[in-house]
Design a protein around this ligand. Structure first.
Ligand code: NDP
Ligand code: GDR
Length: 360
């Protein structure tokens, strides 16, 4: 039987803590009484905006939230941090996570995303922590790539369609191998797209909700997008990080799909986001000529820019989360329509309050 209450006093190490999932996971772990160590990259400007509210002054006695500079491309740095923290749980969320960018930076993406996972697993071995440190790997529905079967589940064959997905494929299998070879408690979460008001601004949902808010407020003339026909299974990030934690609370390591089981076209998400700022869109044309028109004014608010097309695309993702429901007791709660509304409202709030803060 898994004891879900025995978290207080545990130590977790989170890579990618400054990202969307890292921020939600850090909040969750702190609320459960963990001491959380996070790895952040050195940057010429602040990159800790998502975790500022949980930041603790390192001068306080026994801080529960501790940051370390590091990078998944730097083995010695990772070994030193793991040695220092002696973590009960390691969540490897760090990645060059943008699929389109991976076509431009394939070698770096492989280094950070594929070999990065290997470096952390090796750090655990080198330090003799195989029996102490449980390991979570941020695997992805991008592994499924070219459609082999729908809905996609743990047994569906992989067919990666980008340098990002190919790198994550290596990470997935090295986790399975280290589990089998060395008896490590190492699990893959095969997570379908999850979004939130903390989502990076260049991923499609956030790009859309920010643009809808900006267009409503007269701060942006139109929105340029790529493939409007892609279909994604979008859930709420806050709910997905709970699934990551649940995977590491199980007696046995394993691999799980987290998904909603509902898929939505990019075009429909755009329609909803504009609806949420009071603009009804009509769609006209097809392919690169497609446009989203404001029904009230006739203005073109959405256009297609082929620069956002990917050399190879993942057209359809829809996940089957049955195993996670049955084995972990996990299921998503927020429907995609409500997720879109939450993101639009938060982007409106940010844009409406930003100038006031600037004036102040
Ligand atoms: P984000 O892009 O928001 O965050 C990525 C994090 O990784 C950031 O903290 C980033 O730092 C850090 N990072 C990037 N490269 C390195 C590096 N070389 N060394 C150390 N840290 C690095 O991603 P998400 O939070 O959305 O996703 C978390 C993980 O889950 C990623 O691995 C992603 O590939 C995977 N995933 C995400 C899904 C989603 O829908 N969100 C679905 C399935 C998997 P910085 O802030 O400095 O850029
Ligand atoms: P994805 O997310 O590639 O699924 O990877 P993204 O939001 O970037 O794209 C989703 C779909 O929308 C189409 N699209 C556009 N995408 C972007 N970014 N910008 C556009 O202008 C645009 N127009 C159309 C894309 O072609 C695609 O089909 C995300 C990341 O979080 C990965 O790290 C993670 O592994 C997967 O989700 C699951």
């Amino acid at each position: 039987m898994t004891d879900l209450s025995a978290s207080a006093g545990k130590v977790a190490l989170v890579t990618g803590i400054t990202g969307q999932d890292g921020a939600y996971l850090a909040e969750l772990l702190l609320s459960k009484g963990y001491t959380v160590h996070g790895i952040k990259r050195r940057s010429s400007s602040f990159n800790t905006g998502r975790i500022e509210h949980i930041y603790q002054d390192p001068h306080v006695e026994s801080p529960k939230f501790i940051m370390h500079y590091g990078d998944t491309t730097d083995s010695t740095n990772l070994i030193r941090i793991v040695q220092h923290c002696q973590p009960d749980e390691i969540y490897n969320l760090a990645a060059q996570s943008h699929v389109q960018v991976s076509f431009e930076t394939p070698e770096y993406t492989a280094n950070a995303d594929a070999i990065g996972a290997l470096r952390l697993l090796e750090a655990i071995r080198i330090l003799g922590l195989e029996k102490k440190s449980r390991f979570y790997q941020a695997s992805t529905s991008e592994l499924y790539g070219l459609v082999q079967e729908v809905p996609q589940r743990e047994t569906t064959p992989f067919y990666p369609r980008s340098p990002y997905a190919a790198a994550k494929l290596y990470a997935y299998w090295i986790v399975v191998n280290y589990r089998e070879a060395y008896g490590m408690h190492a699990s893959n979460g095969i997570l379908f797209n999850h979004e939130s008001p903390l989502r990076g601004e260049t991923f499609v949902t956030r790009k859309i909700t920010r643009a809808a808010a900006a267009i409503r407020l007269g701060r942006q003339p139109k929105l340029w997008l790529g493939n409007l026909d892609a279909q994604r299974d979008w859930g709420h990030a806050r709910e997905y990080v709970r699934g990551m934690w649940l995977m590491l609370q199980q007696d046995k390591p394993d691999d799980y799909v987290l998904a909603t089981g509902v898929t939505t076209r990019v075009r429909d998400f755009v329609t909803w986001a504009f609806e949420d700022v009071g603009i009804a869109l009509d769609w006209r044309g097809t392919g690169v000529d497609e446009q989203g028109i404001d029904r009230a004014t006739g203005r073109v608010l959405v256009e297609v820019d082929p620069r956002y097309f990917r050399p190879t695309e993942v057209e359809l993702l829809i996940g089957d989360p049955t195993k996670a429901r049955e084995m972990l007791g996990w299921q998503h709660e927020t429907p995609v329509r409500a997720l879109c509304r939450e993101m639009v409202q938060e982007d409106l709030r940010i844009m409406e309050t930003a100038p006031i803060m600037k004036d102040a």
